[in-house]
Design a protein around this ligand. Structure first.
Ligand SMILES: *Cc1c(COP(=O)(O)O)cnc(C)c1O
Length: 403
């Protein structure tokens, strides 16, 4: 006889998933109803409206794909890219590499624009690549590179893409909810995200949104979209306007209740307040980590508040530190990937997990563990520095962080 699975309570401060708001888990435990039930359809319409709020868009084609962030990425590529196309892919970390894979599997040719891991995408390099490849129809890049904590300038990159008659695909899996994503104001053509990073929801859903220009390209494709499941022409039959909904696949009903609740919470907080909260908790964490003698991978002006990548100090066993955080404190942080493997830690402050309690918990725990490894920072300096950073902000914002 196998027993029920009872996971421990962790504090998820890695690159995702991040802590889920208890109200989201509660919403997911509500009764399952039919995916064509009129009340479910009403909930879907609300969900769509709240996704438009989160993406800051009026795009009609805005919906959650029934699969994780990688499926949102794939949805963007399989619908917008046709065999024989040239796609400029900017890579400055892990996820640009995954975009390249997508382009190749669409039968198209990726042209890579490479930047060092930890640096943002260089707009000049994109401009040069577009000049060298006038045949390119699409530009793709990651706004918030979760593997390094670097943020690229989406507004500028999209503007360059449009000047060269390209549509822009932007990965905002880690960005959405934590840092501004202005889909309409910046003119993004295809944007996708994930439920489990700054939206405080469980993993498994990928909000996406497509501009009118993107929809026109999808409607005028020469080849059928090679994925039946992700073909937006078909998905729209279920997620489209009005009462005429047709069965496409069985929606993940309870998961959608969860996303609905997560977006209700985001609206209640106000997305600008959520950005400010992520920024403020980042500043306190940064002050504490630096007081401990740790240094950031990314330059201050390109740092994501929700993903803090710091270098492992000389002589410290990075995996042992992560192990002690998990075993002794129940805190999960992330390791480095690719060229940064073994050299950095990635500390997430995403969504519900971005709060002062977690900042103090992590700083206190890390200080004690590093001291045990012989890297002895001045005891108490980190939490003192975080406290000073918080008190520099107004009491009003402080209260909102717990609300
Ligand atoms: C997490 C992440 C993804 C993939 O999302 P999954 O839900 O793991 O499939 C894609 N892009 C970025 C930037 C991410 O951080």
């Amino acid at each position: 006889m196998t027993d029920s699975f009872h996971p421990p309570k962790r504090v998820l401060m890695g690159p995702g998933p991040s802590d889920v708001d208890p109200r989201v888990l509660e919403a997911m435990a509500r009764p399952t109803i039919g995916h064509l039930d009129p009340l479910f359809v009403t909930m879907m319409d609300e969900l769509k409206g709240m996704l438009q709020y989160a993406f800051r868009t009026r795009n009609a084609l805005t919906l959650p794909v029934s699969a994780p962030g990688s499926a949102g990425m794939e949805t963007a590529f399989v619908n917008l890219v046709e065999p024989g196309d040239t796609v400029i892919v900017c890579q400055n970390g892990v996820f640009g590499g995954r975009m390249k894979e997508n382009v190749e599997r669409c039968g198209a040719t990726p042209v890579m624009v490479e930047d060092e891991w930890g640096r943002p995408v260089d707009p000049q390099k994109l401009e040069d690549a577009l000049k060298a490849h006038p045949e390119a129809r699409t530009v793709a890049f990651v706004q918030a590179e979760t593997s390094t904590g670097a943020e690229s300038d989406t507004r500028t990159l999209v503007e360059i893409a449009h000047r060269h008659d390209c549509l822009a695909i932007v990965d905002t899996v880690t960005a959405l909810g934590g840092t501004p994503v202005e889909t309409d104001a910046w003119g993004i053509d295809a944007v996708y995200s994930g439920s489990q990073k700054c939206l405080s929801c469980t993993p498994g859903l990928s909000p996406v949104s497509f501009s009118e220009a993107a929809v026109a390209r999808i409607r005028n494709r020469k080849h059928k979209v090679q994925s039946w499941f992700l073909d937006l022409n078909l998905v729209m039959g279920y997620w489209g306007e009005g009462a005429k909904r047709a069965y496409h696949h069985t929606a993940p009903i309870n998961a959608l209740y969860g996303l609905h609740e997560a977006l209700v919470l985001l609206q209640a907080e106000g997305i600008e307040n959520a950005w400010a909260r992520h920024r403020r908790n980042h500043e306190a964490l940064r002050a504490g980590l630096e007081a401990m003698g740790l240094s950031f991978v990314v330059a201050p002006e390109h740092r994501l508040p929700q993903l803090n990548a710091v270098r492992v100090p000389e002589g410290v066993d990075e995996a042992a530190v992560r192990g002690a955080l998990l075993d002794d404190y129940g805190i999960e942080i992330g390791a480095g990937l690719g060229p940064l493997a073994g050299r950095i830690w990635r500390i997430g402050l995403m969504g519900y997990a971005s709060n002062p309690r977690n900042v103090y918990l992590l700083l206190g725990a890390l200080e004690a563990i590093l001291a045990a490894q012989g890297h002895a920072p001045a005891r108490g300096a980190a939490t003192d520095a975080a406290r000073a950073a918080y008190s520099a902000a107004s009491d009003q914002i402080k209260a909102a962080a717990y609300a």
